[in-house]
Design a binder for this molecule. Structure first.
Ligand code: SF4
Length: 375
């Protein structure tokens, strides 16, 4: 063989396939993968799915009803732990903010909010966010990348484990409620969101009820329609303004889909019996907190089954907005109530650890500064 015809190993060897992301697979996909890749019977995929999504296995070694040979093949070809805990911060009010590191070194956050009657997790769907809402620290990061379905689901599994360990629960799934309001705009990562919902709601998995899952959006109108058509979860709208002029200044998305288009999408959103759409309204001093704003809000929402969450702003250094006092928030709520719009002043959770709304934003790198969620 001549020198020129000789091929180096690197020219002939193809790079090894990256490990399969099992947490991102639905049960049907996992059954097919197990059959095709491992040569196992499809029901082994169902067993594997239960280990991952119902029993919370963290390693293949735990899966004792799978053969040793299958576990060996799994450990060579697949990955089931896409996130590692990077930081945990506890608030005086019981809220815990978890920061996770992804396999490619990105940082994301989830916020656990325990209450007497529920245990809620605020879940992130993207690393950073492209929506650039002026009052939100996550928006200052820009979008780094979408989270995979597995990375979305893994936040839920990881916090279930933490709660089990911290609070001594026997059941795998102590979390009762999920809100998709963490870092990122969930509907901007629609396909991965939808798949993660399918996994989280599956009977063979964590089996969350649609009644206990809320997806929040700034108003990507075509995707609201898809969310209504293709899932059965509850909808929350991050509204934050009573005029287009105000909203476009704070939320660039409004320049594409204005308040009228957004509320039209809400009117046609399929509503199960007794459901209401939640409208989040962050109160910003001198920007959107006037009596006139409250009156306009009554007009805007009068024909929509709605509930308004008034959120006193969590001041973030450098963003230039001021919070309103409790009195102003309550006066605003009273005007809505007089106009027959159900409204609540939301108690801010985790303010002391920058885990409250609009505060989630990891700065990546060794000087990581807490700033953090959003939508
Ligand atoms: S409020 Fe939500 S959509 Fe807006 S920048 Fe923050 S994370 Fe993104």
């Amino acid at each position: 063989m001549s020198e020129t015809s000789q091929q180096t190993p690197s020219a002939t060897t193809t790079a090894p396939a990256p490990p399969a992301d099992l947490l991102s697979m639905t049960i049907e996909e996992l059954k097919a993968w197990v059959a095709e890749q491992l040569g196992e019977r499809p029901f082994r995929g169902a067993q594997l799915y239960t280990w991952l999504h119902q029993r919370g296995a963290e390693s293949f070694d735990e899966m004792t009803d799978l053969s040793k040979a299958m576990r060996q093949k799994l450990s060579e070809q697949a990955r089931i732990a896409p996130l590692s805990k990077d930081l945990e911060q506890r608030s005086v009010d019981g809220t815990i903010k978890y920061r996770w590191r992804t396999h490619d070194g990105r940082l994301i956050e989830s916020v656990y909010m325990p209450a007497e009657d529920r245990k809620t997790l605020c879940v992130s769907t993207q690393v950073g966010c492209a929506m650039a809402c002026a009052f939100c620290m996550t928006g200052t990061l820009g979008l780094k990348r979408n989270l995979t379905p597995g990375e979305i689901v893994a936040q839920v599994h990881a916090v279930n484990r933490e709660v089990r360990r911290n609070e001594g629960h026997e059941t795998f799934r102590p979390l009762t409620n999920l809100v998709f309001m963490g870092m990122g705009e969930p509907l901007h990562n629609f396909e991965n969101l939808k798949k993660s919902l399918a996994i989280l709601q599956s009977e063979e998995g964590p089996n969350f009820s649609h009644r206990h899952i809320t997806v929040s959006t700034v108003g990507l109108v075509p995707m609201i329609e898809r969310l209504g058509r293709e899932t059965d979860v509850k909808l929350a709208i991050s509204l934050n303004a009573s005029t287009d002029e105000q909203r476009s200044r704070m939320m660039p998305v409004n320049r594409k889909w204005n308040i009228a288009a957004l509320l039209d999408a809400c009117r046609t959103f399929p509503m199960r019996q007794g459901r209401r759409i939640t409208f989040e309204y962050v109160l910003l001093q001198g920007v959107n907190d006037a009596d006139e704003d409250a009156h306009r809000l009554v007009e805007l929402l009068k024909d929509i089954p709605a509930k308004v969450n008034l959120i006193p702003y969590n001041e973030n250094p450098g963003l230039g907005f001021r919070s309103v006092g409790e009195e102003r928030a309550e006066a605003f709520r009273d005007i809505l109530a007089e106009g027959h719009v159900a409204a609540f002043v939301r108690r801010n959770r985790g303010r002391d650890i920058a885990a409250a709304c609009g505060q989630l934003a990891n700065r990546e790198g060794p000087d990581a500064q807490q700033a953090a969620p959003g939508t």
